[in-house]
Design a protein around this ligand. Structure first.
Ligand code: CTP
Ligand code: CA
Length: 234
């Protein structure tokens, strides 16, 4: 018979990736947002698909289009992203939390446009905390003794020295309880606006952190390759 082609690293795996930045409404025309472009999440989704995975992208606001050849769920707020991510994670082998999730949302969104008035005080916005979706994914997995084999978190940290950044990332990895944490190094040595990024992958076992620099596509491919190597062979 025909020679069997070498199996791709994520062949037969179901990968859920959250990407982009959530938007928390203040009123029908305004929101609290963040600067996430979604580019890294989309690069990861493409790299995972190229590695043979069935990819489900849970996309908050992005400045780039979602790939056409995969399942995409659009969300706006952190609460919507939570629901979509938890639901999608139920049948997934890997969940990658690349989205920038708002830590807080306005306690209430006005039903009508907030108007400025000369006869009333300026508004004060009260924020309430959003649930930590990554922690919830980890907690659910341990409670149910079922769930994704690998849960991957992201962190963008700044620091005065690389050691501080890594230390901060290590603490985040422990606090979140995820299996891998990908640190986006945005320190002072790294020039903004360049097309190259530097990521460091930390794992729960405390292995030596692995740093990769290159284009967003190259770093995404390296992250996906590492994820593939962490999965138990079938
Ligand atoms: N995350 C999440 N739910 C939130 C906030 C963050 O799932 N409500 C996820 C992000 O998608 C990311 C990881 O947690 O994968 C780390 O996000 P980050 O904002 O760096 O961590 P926080 O715990 O929110 O800490 P910080 O106070 O530094 O923002
Ligand atoms: Ca945060």
């Amino acid at each position: 018979g025909a020679a069997r082609t070498a199996e791709l690293p994520l062949e037969g795996r179901h990968v859920v990736i959250t990407a982009g930045g959530t938007r928390e409404p203040l009123d029908p025309v305004r929101f609290l947002g963040n600067r996430s472009s979604g580019k890294q999440g989309v690069a990861l989704a493409r790299a995972a698909a190229a590695a043979g995975a069935r990819v489900h992208l849970v996309a908050a606001h992005m400045e780039v289009p979602a790939p056409a050849d995969m399942e995409v769920t659009r969300v706006e707020t952190a609460l919507e992203l939570r629901q979509a991510a938890l639901q999608a994670a139920a049948g997934a082998d890997v969940v990658i939390m690349a989205a920038a999730v708002a830590d807080f949302r306005p306690a209430e969104a006005a039903g009508t446009k907030i108007k400025k008035r000369d006869d009333a005080a300026d508004p004060v916005i009260t924020l309430v905390r959003n649930p930590d979706i990554l922690r919830e994914l980890v907690t659910r997995r341990s409670e149910q003794e079922a769930g994704p084999e690998l849960i991957v978190g992201f962190a963008a940290e700044t620091g005065d020295a690389e050691a501080d950044v890594l230390e901060y990332a290590q603490q985040k990895l422990e606090r979140k309880g995820c299996d891998l944490l990908v640190l986006n190094q945005v320190g002072k040595d790294l020039v903004f606006g360049q097309d190259t990024t530097t990521v460091t992958i930390l794992d729960r076992d405390g292995s030596e952190p692995a740093t990769v620099s290159g284009s967003k596509d190259a770093t995404a491919a390296a992250i996906i390759e590492r994820i593939g190597s962490e999965l138990k062979p079938r």
